[in-house]
Design a protein around this ligand. Structure first.
Ligand SMILES: NC(=O)c1ccc[n+]([C@@H]2O[C@H](COP(=O)([O-])OP(=O)(O)OC[C@H]3O[C@@H](n4cnc5c(N)ncnc54)[C@H](O)[C@@H]3O)[C@@H](O)[C@H]2O)c1
Length: 191
């Protein structure tokens, strides 16, 4: 997908982005949002667990002449999120855009995942969103509005993963044979 640049669209806005680094080299969704938002004029408050990974985000934003401040924070820890939101307001005065980007998926279903891993998945994908909203929404309300973006995944639209059936299922009749059967058993003109 190609994004048409809209310079100045976010001028004067403050964006609080969680997971603004990337686990590997290149682009993660948080880093991409930070760079795009800064390109369009927003001041970016970039939050991540890792300082190292945010260094590349900062370099890319600054290359484009954007404004970015980083803050180390575990997005699943309420006290740390509260401190991060306070630090952002102290630095930029408000928050107009919250990007809840922290998340990820551990492989495996109910049988394979450990209970500990399951709870960690809930924390990283859901609790992180709850905690940031809890702190940021009052700031937005005081300012008269704001926008919240939650990064999700198209995996949510995929069906359940089924193990391969050991015995082949009976073959379904083809649609043409079903159609011919219907037309031969229905009285004509029944609609
Ligand atoms: N990469 C994909 O193919 C893909 C596909 C669909 C959805 N997503 C979603 O995009 C979002 C970002 O994933 P990505 O793969 O683009 O980025 P990524 O996983 O490369 O980077 C995420 C960043 O979040 C940080 N992070 C992880 N846990 C954190 C925590 N508890 N607190 C603060 N920071 C934390 C990591 O240090 C990392 O810098 C996730 O919500 C993911 O589910 C990714």
């Amino acid at each position: 997908m190609t994004l048409s640049p809209r310079p100045g669209r976010l001028a004067g806005k403050v964006a609080f982005i969680t997971g603004a680094g990337c686990v590997g080299p290149g682009w993660g969704n948080g880093r991409a949002a930070a760079v795009l938002f800064a390109r369009e004029g927003a001041s970016v408050f970039a939050v991540d667990l890792e300082a190292e990974t945010m260094a590349e985000t900062v370099a890319r934003v600054e290359e484009e002449g954007g404004t970015i401040t980083t803050h180390l924070c575990d997005a699943t820890d309420g006290a740390q999120v509260e401190a991060a939101v306070r630090a952002c307001v102290a630095r930029f005065g408000t928050i107009d855009i919250l990007v809840n980007n922290v998340g990820g998926s551990a492989p495996g279903g109910a049988v394979i995942l450990s209970e500990e891993r399951w709870r960690a998945q809930l924390d990283v994908n859901l609790t992180s969103v709850f905690l940031a909203c809890k702190q940021v929404i009052p700031v937005m309300e005081a300012a008269g509005g704001g926008a919240i973006v939650n990064t999700a995944s198209t995996s949510a639209c995929a069906g359940p993963v089924r193990p391969r059936s050991p015995t082949p299922r009976p073959r379904r009749r083809s649609s043409s044979s079903r159609a011919s059967r219907r037309s031969s058993t229905r009285p004509s003109g029944s609609g």
